[in-house]
Design a protein around this ligand. Structure first.
Ligand code: NDP
Length: 451
């Protein structure tokens, strides 16, 4: 690990001491601090006002009990979280994750990333994140509904369209947002559409929100390719995951002329040299909620490789890799395999899917690497567009909303490159994203005083 700037080392040590046992949060803060050396050198006012120390401390952390009754009549117990990290730019904004691995450290890492991602979009939104260790897998719709209602029965008092606006993430899609919004509406007796994003199209949702994170990631990767005189056309692409982000990243990459030959879930991966059949993938994962092996069973050109074999989707040779599943899913060895097989662009659709070792491998091999806080910002940007539509009681067409999304992603790409140039790291998207996002938040925090 490279040495931190001497001004930043004590800040990182303080983070480690104040947040014991939160490995993902340590990783995310360290990654930001790694980029900030040239910033503190140029802006002593940030250090004087303890901006970096303050931005690493959540404004508020809420942890609550979520009891609910399963279909067998048994009482089940989960833990709910909402970390309201930073509201210098606007109301806290960030998704809810329902996954058994969720604990405070994961929610804090996600909330921290969200601050700078949201700043990069240029929209007036702060950063937050929440979720629960509830596992929706294998649960009936009725069980998911009762869980969501219990979760919202506590969460409702902390959120609001001017306070904190949650959305989806892993394990939280349209079904869950519906149950959560229904309970919020019932408790408050207000049809406050702007309190949650990712709503259904018929009741306050925005066209393109479902597709936005995946599409946005591909728009960002497309800009990287363009800067290198290339495009998606004729390229092979591997995505990881087969949920919301992965599916729509695959859809847009295919629409731009690429062949998407592999995707994964936690049980394994499928390789389909003919290109993924996305209708079948959606049917298997979103409608039937089955494992990925069902895709291979239904399609002759596909084969399924189970996680238990020890292989990974990154073993499949490709030109472009889009990790879209979860944090730390692509390590140094996976990165070496990708480089060996000729991959030249990696764009993170998920949050922090590449380990620091993997990022180092990409940098050394000259692979263009786009960090999630820039590449997957299209999801939250379109959530902000959904809030705009809710506020004006309007709904925009698919084409208009997609054009706005693309414009935002092109803008973030340009801003990352310009900032990287200005701070002596040309072509480095990690430095560009971290510095541009941080400066926007830091300047707002300076203006708002010590709060
Ligand atoms: P989904 O729940 O729709 O899909 C998640 C996918 O990742 C599934 O295929 C799941 O497999 C797989 N996955 C999850 N955990 C693991 C694990 N521990 N090991 C292997 N595979 C795993 O989530 P999203 O697509 O919404 O989110 C994916 C990533 O994108 C997350 O990092 C999220 O934070 C990030 N993101 C999402 C945004 C959004 O708008 N939804 C916005 C910005 C970022 P399985 O089905 O087996 O669980």
């Amino acid at each position: 690990m490279k040495h931190l700037d001497p001004t930043l080392q004590p800040v990182f040590e303080e983070i480690l001491a104040r947040n014991p046992g939160e490995a993902e949060f340590h990783q995310a803060t360290r990654e930001l601090l790694d980029s900030l050396g040239p910033v503190v050198a140029r802006h002593p006012e940030y250090t004087d006002a303890a901006i970096i120390r303050r931005v690493c401390e959540p404004e508020r952390q809420i942890i609550f009990r979520v009891p609910w009754v399963d279909d067998a009549g048994q009482v089940q117990l989960n833990r709910g979280f909402r970390v309201e990290f930073n509201s210098a730019l606007g109301p806290y904004k960030g998704g809810l994750r329902f996954h058994p691995s969720v604990y405070l450290g994961i929610i804090k890492f996600l909330g921290f990333e969200q601050i700078f991602k949201n700043a990069l979009t240029g929209m007036p939104i702060g950063g937050g994140k929440g979720g629960s260790d509830f596992d929706p897998k294998g649960r009936s719709d009725a069980e998911v509904m009762r869980f969501c209602q219990s979760f919202m029965t506590e969460l409702y008092r902390h959120i609001g369209e001017y306070t904190d606006v949650p959305a989806g993430d892993i394990g939280v899609g349209g079904r869950e947002i519906g149950y959560l919004f229904g309970q919020y509406k019932r408790i408050t007796n207000r049809y406050e559409s702007g309190v949650l994003t990712g709503k259904g199209i018929g009741w306050g949702g925005s066209l393109v929100r479902t597709e936005a994170t995946g599409y946005g990631t591909v728009f960002f990767a497309g800009e990287i390719l363009k800067a290198r005189g290339s495009s998606f056309d004729g390229k092979t692409v591997v995505v990881s995951g087969s949920g919301n982000v992965a599916t729509y990243a695959a859809e847009k990459a295919a629409a731009l002329g690429a062949t998407v030959i592999a995707c994964s879930d936690s049980s394994g991966y499928v390789v389909d040299e003919k290109g993924l059949d996305l209708d079948l993938l959606k049917e298997v994962k979103q409608v039937r909620r089955e494992r990925l092996s069902s895709y291979a069973e239904a399609r002759e050109s596909a084969r399924f490789v189970a996680t238990t074999t020890g292989g990974a989707v990154w073993d499949v040779p490709c030109d472009i890799a889009l990790p879209c599943a979860t944090q730390n899913e692509l390590d140094g060895d996976h990165a070496l395999a990708l480089v060996r097989n000729g991959c030249t662009v990696v764009a993170e659709g998920a949050n922090m899917p590449c380990t620091p070792e993997a990022v180092k491998v990409f940098a050394e091999a000259g692979v263009a690497f786009a960090p999630g806080k820039a590449a997957n910002a299209g999801g939250v940007a379109t959530s902000a567009l959904e809030m705009q539509q809710n506020a004006s009681r309007d709904s925009w067409s698919f084409a208009h909303t997609e054009a706005r999304l693309e414009e935002i992603m092109v803008g973030i790409h340009a801003r990352c490159l310009e900032t990287a140039d200005t701070y002596g790291a040309p072509g480095n998207y990690v430095a560009g994203a971290n510095i541009a996002g941080f400066i926007q938040v830091a300047d707002a925090m300076l203006a708002l005083g010590v709060i």
